[in-house]
Design a protein around this ligand. Structure first.
Ligand code: SF4
Length: 198
């Protein structure tokens, strides 16, 4: 596919889909390919998701929203990763009736062979201002599409209207919880874009 694109929405849509498929494919590098081929694209998406999602979002139903798939399909994907020892189910720390999904150490080892690492490196090579412009354009597009499809937008606390930070401590008004520093960067199913990012 040519990268000499016009500004048409149709060309950009094709390019985004192609980039997504290329970025997720295993490539042609020996051992890394063998490891990557152990998982399907959906299983890779789930593994990445549970490694990046906060404690309120590490459930099969939140993953189904993120992956834009049915709850049944998402549950099957999670179940297969649990059976492979890459994910585990843990009791929820406050609600004993529900479980959260955690990535196991074998899951973290597998993530070191993530075929998407090459795409991340290619994006890192872009000039910072280009990356910022791409992030803004894609963020706006995701926001508009999610709104028209009545789907949640995933994001992190620093851009969320539920987050209040005072005297160095951050509080989430949606989940009524104090937020730790690592949680501030995690992705969340309850994210509500602040006006400046919507
Ligand atoms: S502040 Fe927003 S993104 Fe952060 S945990 Fe609360 S709802 Fe989720």
């Amino acid at each position: 596919m040519s990268t000499d694109i016009s500004a048409s929405g149709s060309d950009l849509a094709d390019l985004i889909v192609y980039l997504s498929r290329l970025g997720q494919s295993p490539g042609r590098n020996g051992i890394a390919v063998a490891q990557a081929q152990n998982l399907t694209a959906a299983q890779w998406t789930a593994l990445r998701y549970f490694a990046r999602a906060n404690r309120f979002s590490r459930t099969p139903s939140a993953f189904s929203e993120f992956h834009a798939t049915t709850r049944g399909t998402a549950s099957q994907t999670v179940k297969s990763l649990v059976a492979m020892g890459l994910l585990s189910r843990q009791m929820h720390e406050t609600d004993g009736r529900s479980t959260v999904i955690e990535v196991t150490s074998a899951g973290h080892d597998m993530l070191r062979h993530d075929p998407m690492a090459e795409l991340r490196r290619a994006l890192e090579r872009l000039a910072p201002e280009t990356r910022e412009a791409v992030a803004q354009a894609l963020g706006q597009t995701v926001s508009h599409l999610a709104q028209s499809r009545n789907a949640p937008v995933f994001g992190s606390c620093s851009d969320c209207s539920h987050c209040q930070t005072e005297a160095g401590a951050s509080y989430c008004h949606c989940t009524q919880s104090l937020l730790s520093l690592p949680e501030m960067d995690a992705i969340c199913v309850d994210f509500q874009p602040s006006r400046s990012t919507a």
